[in-house]
Design a binder for this molecule. Structure first.
Ligand code: HEC
Length: 199
């Protein structure tokens, strides 16, 4: 059918014509190009690690190993001990959420350890995203957890032990963080907790 707007007719007609046209487009033909994505391609795209850690790549690491990688690949932006900047602090701040000057770090704020792995794996180092091996990411995650007094320096972090880590601010969100998913969720910081009412 022709999708033209008639020049002189009732006001209603153009609307009907538009409706008819959009119905026609909804049944548009397939063009016989492309193909459905393969399993591997979907996995490469859908690789955000949720709180259940199903998407974690196999591997392991310790804070000791992480310290060497950190010095080479992270310290230039985050500082020698993770506090000096210029990039955001990734250490300290526990107990500050409830104060007028909250300091948000991996240790003080983030609810799931799997998110630390995910974030480092996909977005760091900022100038070479995606370049770290899975073992390097486990080691760096272990270092940040150790620096934030969540695990011991000798603890081995791997697919299983990472899931057992309970982050200090795990219950500090409202509504409570769903147990099963970090994807598509709408949590907001629990501002009642993070920002005390002014007196
Ligand atoms: C070129 C500079 C640069 C390098 C190198 C770098 N980062 Fe970052 N990093 C940043 C910036 C900038 C941010 C803040 C990101 C934002 O605001 O989106 C950040 C954020 C982070 C955060 C989240 C902080 C938070 O609580 O929001 C973590 C964790 C982190 N980086 C870890 C690392 C690790 C581990 C390495 C080494 C593999 C690394 N970064 C290397 C610049 C860098």
């Amino acid at each position: 059918m022709l999708c033209t707007t008639p020049s002189k007719s009732s006001l209603l007609f153009p609307v009907m014509a538009l409706l008819a046209c959009s119905t026609a487009w909804a049944q548009s033909p397939t063009y016989k190009v492309g193909r459905p994505p393969t399993e591997a391609e979907l996995r490469a795209w859908d690789n955000v690690v949720g709180s259940e850690g199903k998407e974690l790549l196999p591997g392991s690491g310790t804070a000791k190993e992480g310290a060497k990688i950190y010095a080479a690949k992270c310290a230039s932006c985050h500082g020698q001990t993770g506090q000096e900047g210029p990039a955001p602090r990734i250490r300290g701040g526990r107990g500050t959420l409830n104060t007028p000057d909250p300091m948000l770090t991996v240790g003080s704020f983030w609810p799931f350890a799997t998110t630390v792995w995910d974030y480092i794996s996909r977005t760091m180092p900022r100038d070479a995203e995606g370049s770290l091996s899975a073992d390097e990411v486990y080691s760096l995650t272990a270092l940040l957890l150790y620096w934030n007094d969540i695990i011991k320096e000798s603890d081995v972090i791997d697919t299983k032990s990472l899931l057992q880590v309970r982050m200090p601010n795990r219950d500090g969100f409202y509504p409570p963080t769903p147990e099963a998913t970090t994807k598509n969720s709408n949590w907001k910081p629990n501002w009642n907790q993070a920002r005390p009412a002014k007196q």
